[in-house]
Write a protein that binds this ligand. Structure first.
Ligand code: C5P
Length: 224
């Protein structure tokens, strides 16, 4: 970690889960706590970056002041916020656990229990924020660095490499659900950073310490 090595840089971070509304009282969500993204936001801010934080629903505050914080709920709202902020960013770290599907229709009234039988909810795909920023990066005249996350249960290495290419990322942080203490809700994480050149495995650490490793790598890429 280098003091002030991100001075003059604007970094967009997405974090947290998304909530996809089913009816006025229900949603589809996930277990993302936002811990990793908030740790990254504070690490970037502590090293002098201007941080633009877009977060899904979490009860969390940063220790450092953010240049901007947008609290959103759905994947569609997160897409709006992230794509509108990315033009002013030098880099983006996409840490959010964005829903892949959202209900096709949101019911105006609370859906009632059927008297008998099962019930089916029609879902449609959401937009991939990382892929959209990957296209914006390709079209931009300024250099932009894109960092993604991958949480896999199987074929982790191959899936992560596919995502790196498909989403036009500079590097991807792989955390495996197979590692004890890593991922959702834990205070610790065990990551592998993968780029076009190769991979580097890190030991199990607190999310604050993992944030230092990831931001070290980001600063290296940004300043090279
Ligand atoms: O394809 P998958 O969801 O596994 O990719 C994970 C990466 O893509 C993460 O960096 C995540 O934040 C990002 N992502 C996104 N928008 C989506 C889905 C994933 O930004 N709709």
């Amino acid at each position: 970690a280098q003091e002030g090595d991100l001075k003059g840089k604007t970094i967009l971070i997405t974090t947290g889960p998304t909530y996809e509304k089913i009816d006025p009282v229900r949603f589809i969500g996930n277990y993302s706590s936002g811990k990793m993204g908030f740790a990254l936001a504070d690490e970037c801010a502590s090293r002098g970056a201007r941080v633009l934080l877009v977060t899904g629903p979490v009860q969390r505050t940063t220790r450092y002041p953010m240049a901007e914080r947008r609290d959103v709920e759905s994947a569609a709202q997160m897409y709006e916020a992230a794509t509108s902020l990315f033009p002013q960013a030098d880099a983006a770290i996409l840490c959010a656990a964005v829903a892949d599907y959202t209900p096709e229709h949101v019911a105006d009234e609370k859906i009632k229990r059927e008297k008998t039988g099962n019930m089916t909810l029609a879902l449609k795909p959401t937009q991939d924020i990382a892929a959209a920023l990957g296209r914006m990066k390709a079209d931009s005249t300024e250099r932009k660095v894109l960092v993604g996350f991958a949480l896999e249960t199987h074929n982790e290495q191959q899936n992560a490499e596919d995502k790196l290419k498909r989403k036009n990322l500079d590097f991807i942080v792989l955390n495996s659900l197979n590692d004890k203490g890593a991922g959702f809700r834990y205070d610790t994480n065990k990551v592998t950073i993968i780029d076009a050149e190769g991979r580097r495995e890190y030991p199990l650490k607190t999310k604050d310490e993992v944030a230092v490793d990831i931001v070290d790598r980001l600063a290296e890429v940004l300043n090279q």
